[in-house]
Design a binder for this molecule. Structure first.
Ligand SMILES: [Zn+2]
Length: 136
């Protein structure tokens, strides 16, 4: 057995460890801390949420603006959105970001990375190795 065969067997074995995947699936997101102040809505723990997502803050921010149909600014740890945005809607959009850009479609693990291939971007799961295309 060559070293290469051995390595690929090992890789396949590691991928089949269910505890590993279930361990990762226990990953949770911080609860969004949302405050409506006058005519703006503040997501106070934005940076904490982005850290848990392990995604680019600007990408998450632009997604939220587009989905909520508002404008806003990023400050150090928080984001300010124009208008009174119902907290429920912000939470829904955070969940849909996670479903669209983070969770593996096969095993539901959150441990995924963007992988650029030519003109498409794939979401590659570090737990099971599955890939699916995503639109950034
Ligand atoms: Zn997976």
């Amino acid at each position: 057995m060559s070293n290469r065969d051995y390595d690929s067997l090992l890789d396949r074995a590691r991928e089949r460890i269910p505890e590993d995947i279930s361990e990762r699936s226990r990953w949770t997101m911080p609860t969004p801390d949302i405050l409506i102040e006058g005519s703006q809505t503040i997501l106070r723990n934005f940076s904490e949420i982005v850290d848990a997502m392990d995604r680019d803050a600007n990408h998450v921010f632009q997604y939220l603006l587009n989905e909520l149909g508002t404008s806003g600014t990023i400050e150090q740890f928080r984001i300010m959105l124009k208008g009174k945005v119902p907290p429920k809607r912000i939470k829904e959009k955070i969940v849909s970001y996670v479903k669209t850009y983070i969770l593996c479609a096969e095993c539901k693990a959150p441990d995924t990375r963007f992988l650029r291939e030519d003109r498409t971007t794939l979401l590659k799961c570090q737990a099971c190795g599955a890939t699916r295309p995503v639109r950034l």
